[in-house]
Ligand binder design. Structure first.
Ligand code: GDP
Length: 474
């Protein structure tokens, strides 16, 4: 059974003039760990705690080159670790500030001790996403690019990775800028017509305005049409496998897991650690949460309660409904048929290796718009077809990597929806020959709403919320 859990860390970002530090690598046994600092005192702090083999002071070391030495507690002279250290002078750094990166031994102790020492010597612990927030505030990345950073880190399949990379490289930002430039041109024409009505400047016609507004509307629509697929690429496809006990749900899950690479991520910090499993079906991440618990029970509804099961079904992007074709349909089967009638669902008629007790034509009759697949999960029949059906459903058969900008982020989608409403109001006003200054209001609001995607016009509290979703050290 698969459902979706969101996880947002709370916290607002503090003063930009502080020097910040964090462990940037994942905690756990590893070859190396990286602690990094950013801010005006980064190099001074690094200097206090670093003793080089060849260079006495970090200041003698070369910019952007690794230097060998030890991290030493300046008060006690205790040697903490043998490291490589690099400093990078502003402005050519990730944050556009002075940065220091310390490459120490992996594991938990070394990175923690080094971080503590850095904090003792004048830095403060970075908030989640604060390095990237500084990169944004200092103009290195726009907001869409900054959000791509976190998508890139969290990407579960090659395809979602590629989409994030495209966004990080500015793919989405370029599209948004193009649309905003069209709007700006409209605003400029309108203002000239309003401010200098008597001058000999050619006035913008309502026809021309309409033409421009309609093409803006089309561009926004094009981006919006990618949002459903984008969300799935980013967050995974929330899939629920429905079926009465013993129809073969666990067998199905195991078959899918066996055939496809599963990526397991741990989400600490929630009331109990949640294990998420993503299965990669040709680039579509299928999201599987807490399968261990689900696999241990035959009857999910009994275990988690009817309400919870209903909630899972309501949140699902896809339901895989499994029926036992070797058994007569029971009232539970009929209930499931009702549930899936108006939802995105694929029907599996399983145990086709055994003598049939009902005919698939019955299902084709009552569920005419649903894909119906005859399977024998134990003999590995029909699984390929199921995967093909999932792909067709969400990509309309396209399997090639999409290089174009795709909307993967709910915030971006919401802004586009607002902008679309604005431009449509504008088109209506133009068609009604409303005064130019009234039309301008819609055009300008549209321009501003799109600006919130790239971060050109965006409020501080929204920024805090966006960056608080990042991990610490990024
Ligand atoms: P669940 O309760 O829906 O999770 O069902 P399980 O996956 O645990 O399967 C119940 C039983 O049906 C197990 O003994 C499976 O081996 C068996 N089973 C699952 N799929 C098939 C199938 O396609 N054909 C046959 N003959 N048995 C199956």
């Amino acid at each position: 059974m698969l459902y979706w859990v969101s996880f947002v860390k709370k916290g607002s970002v503090k003063d930009m003039s502080d020097t910040i530090a964090a462990i940037s690598t994942a905690m756990g046994e590893a070859g190396i760990g990286i602690v990094r600092m950013s801010g005006k005192n980064a190099i001074d702090i690094g200097n206090k705690i670093f003793k080089g083999k060849k260079v006495k002071s970090l200041k003698e070391a070369e910019n952007r080159k690794l230097t060998y030495g030890h991290i030493v507690n300046p008060k006690t002279q205790e040697v903490i670790d043998e490291v490589l250290i690099a400093f990078m002078k502003e402005p050519y750094t990730y944050t556009r500030e002075n940065m220091v990166e310390i490459y120490c031994h992996g594991g938990i102790i070394s990175v923690k001790k080094i971080l503590e020492l850095i904090l003792d010597n004048g830095a403060r612990l970075a908030e989640p996403g604060e390095f990237t927030k500084r990169a944004f505030l200092n103009g290195r990345l726009d907001l869409a690019q900054s959000q791509a950073v976190i998508d890139l880190i969290r990407a579960k399949t090659d395809k979602s990775y590629q989409v994030s990379l495209n966004q990080l490289e500015g793919g989405l930002s370029v599209k948004i800028k193009k649309i905003r430039d069209m709007l700006l041109e409209m605003i400029a024409h309108i203002e000239v017509s309003i401010d200098f009505p008597d001058e000999d400047i050619e006035e913008i016609t309502y026809d021309r305005l309409e033409e421009m507004a309609v093409s803006v509307d089309k561009e926004i629509e094009k981006l919006l049409s990618t949002a459903d697929r984008g969300k799935i690429l980013r967050d995974g496809l929330n899939t629920v496998i429905l079926g009465k006990p013993n129809v073969g749900k666990s067998s199905l899950l195991n078959a899918i897991l066996r055939e496809n690479r599963a990526i397991v991520t741990n989400i600490p910090g929630t009331t109990r650690d949640i294990i998420e499993e993503y299965v990669n079906i040709d680039g579509i991440p299928l999201k599987i949460v807490d399968t261990a618990g689900i696999r241990a029970t035959d009857d999910v509804v009994e275990k988690i309660g009817v309400d919870r099961a209903k909630e899972m079904v309501d949140k699902a992007d896809l339901i895989i409904a499994v029926f036992d074709a070797s058994d007569h349909l029971s009232h539970e089967d009929y209930e499931i048929i009702e549930i899936i009638k108006n939802r995105k669902a694929i029907v599996l008629l399983n145990k086709s290796d055994l003598p049939k007790q009902f005919d698939e034509s019955y299902f084709r009759e009552i569920l005419p718009d649903k894909e119906i697949i005859i399977t024998s999960i134990v003999s590995d029949i029909g699984i390929d077809e199921l995967e093909k059906a999932i792909k067709n459903m969400f990509y309309m058969g396209e399997v090639e990597i999409e290089s174009d900008a795709i909307i993967t982020n709910v915030r971006h989608k919401n802004q586009l929806v607002k902008a679309k409403k604005n431009i449509e109001d504008g088109i209506e006003a133009i068609r009604a020959y409303m005064p130019l200054d009234c039309i301008e209001v819609d055009i300008r609001t549209c321009w501003e709403n799109l600006g919130e995607i790239s971060g050109d016009t965006v409020a501080e509290d929204i920024l805090d919320k966006i960056f608080s979703e990042f991990c610490i050290g990024k």
